[in-house]
Every structure is written in structure tokens, then in C-alpha cells.
Design a binder for this molecule. Structure first.
Ligand SMILES: O=P(O)(O)OC[C@H](O)CO
Length: 498
């Protein structure tokens, strides 16, 4: 088959849904399909996903693409998988039958275990081994919960019939009908079970978190051949799954941030701010963690990352809960029309504050209101809070690394808001690059697979079309006064919350 007659597939299995993206040999996105899945949330706030529903959606999105043009069934040459991170499942090795729903990254059910004194006493050691703060956010404590609460998990472990893994290894198992069971370091580094330098499972941590080591997948390079699939007969032939990556790292790769010092921010419900930190694990400030970006052809790229609990999600809150707006697109005009003399701040601690404050008890606030403060000003303060939080994390990343940052690449729905993008650029004093393509995570996975298969040349990572830029223009003194006000607002909110 001539190389100009092939397509590359990216699967983006994220928290809210599953997408299939089809790229041509020039790397142009030619079609996509998406399916949502249920968010299963119980009265205790535990968050789960049905693994069978997700597996069937992966097939469903590929089917939609094939149904539109059946010639695609023989032209797709490879697939890369990008997945929500930390979410973890357990299934039978022999039948692939899930033993429980996947426990989603947002789910705090591991909190009791990580707060036990004997576990907390290991926090420093855990950080030394994994680069991560001890937290129920990562997969390890979620697995502990599965082992302690789902009898079949223990029983299958005893019979050597257990697989435990993140969404990448689950999909690899499912798509290859159990012939492969493998993960890679960008996902494994978010489990809190992987030795960040050795890139292997830590026996010490598996024992601490009661994780049966033999049930964990093999850790391969991110651009390895993970096995072959024909998507349950949808394709005319089996194709190699030639990349797997965590979605945030996939977006970094999709942005083309392949050099140290390159940074991206994703504006989702929360935000991940991530910098390529090169081939070494850096020492970093409290609030920032080290993870693996990817390992390709035997070479590891590390990243520094900070996460915000509530960033662009505040726009949905304005719409659904406060009912101040009918549609997110209204926020830009409202913010631009806001009174410049209004000094109100919106601290969006709707589910506590993440990095760098890490305070789960604090509740949100709106401060500094006056007769100047109305709907427009509240909307602007909410948008500004997104940019302030990103800027706080970026300051920590800057302190953690001596590599100079020269640009911030951004993605996610909120990048359409040019008021927000301009304010972000003014705050971080960096040019912002907004790509025209919205699907950075799936693109990153697809491109990684296609480069590994020599369908694309590495140079494709630097080729972007129709991107837009924002340059810092605001007066620096004015910005630093605003930032000072923001930090006072945060401090007062935390004081009240405690
Ligand atoms: O599915 P997303 O895009 O919300 O990303 C989830 C992250 O990977 C969680 O760490």
C-alpha cells in the first residue's frame, strides 16, 4: 500500500467520552466521531465508569467513521490511544470480564487509606520513588480500595486471573482480545506505583498499597507495538496499536512541545499545566509533580505538571448553577463590557483548592463587591480566576526549572474566549499560541503512532496551520496590582474556609 493511501487513527478515551479521529498522510484531520458515557456517581460522591460501555463506545466511534466511507476499512494503517489518566479498572485475565466499574481519577474513595498514619509516614519515600505527592487522586489508593472491597479482585489475584490497569492497558487488552496486556510510562507514572527513574513497578509501593504486582501490565515504550486489532471486525485487516499515552501528555506531544521548556495548558473543567523538562527528573516546588511525558525509541522525556481542580468549569457553573449566562460564548462580550474600576475577585474553590494551595476544606467566594459590581463584573472575575490560577502554577514551574519558558501553548474549549486568552498572556508575560485544531490529545497519540510506523516524519510535529497568537500588552504595574489582589482574595478565602 502506498503511503499516500493510508489513514491514521487516534482514539481519545477521556473522562466525558470517547472520540475517534481520522488523519490523512499529511496529518490533516479529515473526520471524527464521538460518544459520551455515563458518569456513575453515588450518594458518597464516588465516581465510576462502566468499562464495558467504554469498550463498546470505542468500537462505536470507529464504526461511525467506517459507516461514512467503507473504503476507510482497508486504509487505516495504525492507531494511537490517548486516555484519561489515573482512572483504574480490574478485570479477569481469562475472559476480560470487568470485576468492578473503573474508578475515575476524580473519585476520592482512597482518601481514608492515604490518611492512615502508617501510610502518611511513607509520604516522603513515595515522593522520592514516584515524583508524586501521596494522594488518593492517583491510581494506587483506588486499587487498594478495589482489593479491600471487591472480593472477586482478591480471588482472581489468588488464581492468577487478574488484570489491573489504567484505560490504556484495558483498551489494549480489549482490542487485542487479551493477547496483549501492556501500559507505558506516561500512564504508569500517574499510578503512584512506578519508580520514576527505573520506569518499573516499585515492589515496595505495591506492597504498601496491597497491589498484586503480578496483576499489573508490562511497561513498554509509549510508541511501542502494543498488539494488533481489527476493531472487532470493522477493519479489513488487523492494524498495530503503535502508541499509548495519557491524555495530558498526548496534548503536550500534539502541540509539538517536544523540547525542554515548552509548556502547554489545557483549559477543561480543571486544568493541567505541563512543561517538557527534558531527559532528567527535576527537583520541584511543592504543588508541582514530576511525571513521564513519554518514552520513545528508548528515550524518556519527563514533565513537570501542576493541576487545578476548577478552572474553565467555572463557566458551566455560571451557566448551570448561577444561571447568569445562557451560553459560554456570552462570557467574552460580558467581560469586555465590565466596568474597569470594579475590583471584585471570584475564588472558584467549588471543590476545594488544588495546587499550589491544596486545601480540600476551603469553599469558594466572591470578594470586593461594590455598587459597580453586576453580572458583567462577576463574569469577568470568574474568567480572570481561570487565568490567575494558571499563572500561579506557571510561577511554580518557573521556580522549579532553570529552563527558560518562551511561549505558552494552550488548548481546550475556553481558548475560544479571546478576552481570557489576552488576560492570560498579560498575566504570565508570555506569548500564547492557540492551535486551530481542538483535538490535541488524540492527535498526539495518532501522530506518535504514525511517526513510529514511518508514515509521518518527525518534522510534522512542528507544522501547524492557522494558529493564533496573543502577546502580552497590559501595563506590568497594573497586572502586578491585580495579582496582589488575587492573592489577598485567596488568603481571605482560605482563612474563612478554615
Ligand atoms: O479526560 P480529561 O481530558 O478530563 O483528562 C483527565 C486527566 O487525564 C486526569 O488526570
Amino acid at each position: 500500500m502506498a503511503n499516500d493511501d493510508v489513514y491514521v487513527l487516534g482514539i481519545d478515551q477521556s473522562t466525558q467520552g470517547t472520540k475517534a479521529l481520522l488523519f490523512d498522510t499529511q496529518g490533516k484531520l479529515i473526520d471524527k466521531a464521538a460518544l459520551p458515557h455515563r458518569q456513575i456517581i453515588n450518594e458518597r460522591g464516588y465516581v465510576e465508569h462502566d468499562l464495558n460501555e467504554i469498550a463498546s463506545n470505542v468500537i462505536g466511534v470507529v464504526k461511525t467513521l467506517i459507516d461514512k466511507d467503507s473504503s476507510r476499512a482497508q486504509k487505516i494503517a495504525t492507531v494511537g490511544l490517548s486516555v484519561q489518566r489515573e482512572t483504574v479498572g480490574a478485570w479477569r485475565k481469562s475472559t476480560l470480564e470487568p470485576l468492578y466499574n473503573a474508578i475515575v481519577w476524580q473519585c476520592a474513595r482512597g482518601a481514608e487509606f492515604v490518611s492512615r498514619p502508617e501510610v502518611k509516614a511513607q509520604a516522603k519515600r513515595i515522593r522520592e520513588i514516584t515524583g508524586l505527592e501521596l494522594s488518593e487522586y492517583f491510581s494506587a489508593a483506588k486499587i487498594t480500595w478495589l482489593v479491600d472491597n471487591v472480593p472477586e479482585v482478591k480471588a482472581c489475584a489468588e488464581r492468577n486471573d487478574l488484570c489491573i490497569g489504567n484505560m490504556d492497558s484495558f483498551l489494549v487488552s480489549f482490542l487485542t482480545h487479551g493477547r496483549s496486556f501492556a501500559t507505558e510510562p506516561s500512564n504508569a507514572s500517574r499510578t503512584q506505583l512506578m519508580d520514576l527513574k527505573a520506569l518499573s513497578w516499585s515492589e515496595e509501593l505495591c506492597s504498601l498499597f496491597k497491589v498484586p504486582l503480578s496483576a499489573l501490565p508490562e511497561i513498554k515504550d509509549s510508541d511501542s507495538e502494543f498488539g494488533f486489532t481489527d476493531f472487532n471486525g470493522l477493519l479489513k485487516h488487523e492494524i498495530p496499536i503503535h502508541a499509548a499515552i495519557g491524555d495530558s501528555q498526548g496534548a503536550l506531544f500534539g502541540h509539538g512541545c517536544s523540547k525542554p521548556g515548552q509548556v502547554k495548558t489545557t483549559y477543561g473543567t480543571g486544568s493541567s499545566i505541563m512543561m517538557n523538562s527534558g531527559d532528567r527528573v527535576s527537583s520541584c516546588e511543592h504543588g508541582i509533580v514530576n511525571s513521564v511525558g513519554w518514552r520513545r525509541q528508548g528515550r524518556t522525556t519527563y514533565v513537570l505538571e501542576g493541576n487545578i481542580n476548577y478552572s474553565a468549569g467555572i463557566i458551566s457553573y455560571l451557566k448551570d448553577d448561577m444561571q447568569l449566562i445562557a451560553d459560554p460564548s456570552e462570557t467574552e462580550a460580558l467581560a469586555r463590557a465590565a466596568n474597569p474600576n470594579d475590583r471584585s475577585y471570584f475564588v472558584p474553590a467549588l471543590s476545594g483548592l488544588g495546587a499550589p494551595y491544596f486545601n480540600g476544606n476551603v469553599r469558594g467566594s466572591i470578594l470586593g463587591i461594590s455598587r459597580l459590581t453586576g453580572k458583567k463584573e462577576i463574569v469577568r472575575a470568574a474568567l480572570d480566576s481561570i487565568a490567575y490560577q494558571v499563572s500561579d502554577i506557571l510561577s511554580l514551574i518557573r521556580k522549579s526549572s532553570d529552563v527558560q519558558i518562551t511561549q505558552l501553548c494552550v488548548d481546550g474549549g475556553a481558548t475560544k474566549n479571546s478576552y481570557l486568552m489576552q488576560f492570560q498572556s498579560d498575566l504570565v508575560r508570555l506569548p500564547l499560541k492557540v492551535p486551530s485544531d481542538a483535538e490535541l490529545s488524540g492527535k498526539g497519540a495518532a501522530f506518535m503512532a504514525a511517526i513510529a510506523m514511518e508514515i509521518y516524519d518527525e518534522i510534522i510535529l512542528d507544522q501547524h496551520e492557522n494558529e493564533s497568537f496573543f502577546e502580552p500588552v497590559a501595563d506590568e504595574k497594573e497586572i502586578s496590582e491585580k495579582v496582589e489582589g488575587w492573592h489577598k482574595a485567596i488568603a481571605s478565602t482560605i482563612e474563612y474556609g478554615l
